[in-house]
Design a protein. Structure first.
Length: 138
């Protein structure tokens, strides 16, 4: 699961300060193009760098059978304080492995159904337990 804030697809214009962007390039990519870029530049790049117990890159496990959920709640164009109102909580560090893993600071107790923090953390925890139980890692 990857959820990332982005500009309004095909509408928002990148700021003039972004050197190298001009004309049509200034329009934010479509959701489809953005998701493809995330797979290539984030998912595959990360999996290339992770080594399995057998020494192979984790990328060897990636294929047509892999299920990715990129921005599963749709557009995520409002972020920061205006997008997270009411999502503060006191247990965020505990819920995210006591600081061992990175987190965005949003709590799992919010009522906004577009925020996937809670469900993503829970499924990642279940996946981690499954990988350890199967002997792929410790």
């Amino acid at each position: 699961v990857i959820s990332t804030q982005h500009a309004e697809p095909l509408k928002a214009v990148r700021s003039k300060e972004c050197a190298g962007y001009k004309g049509a390039e200034m329009t934010a990519p479509s959701m489809e193009d953005m998701n493809k870029a995330i797979v290539e530049h984030v998912v595959k790049r990360t999996l290339r760098e992770i080594k399995l117990k057998n020494g192979e890159a984790a990328l060897t496990l990636f294929g047509d059978h892999t299920h990715l959920h990129i921005n599963p709640s749709g557009k995520f164009i409002i972020g920061g304080p205006q997008g997270d109102a009411g999502l503060t909580g006191r247990k965020i560090i505990i819920d995210t492995y006591g600081g061992w893993g990175a987190h965005g600071g949003g709590a799992f107790s919010g009522k906004d159904p577009t925020k996937v923090d809670r469900s993503a953390a829970y499924i990642c925890r279940q996946m981690a337990k499954s990988v350890v139980k199967s002997g792929l890692c410790k």
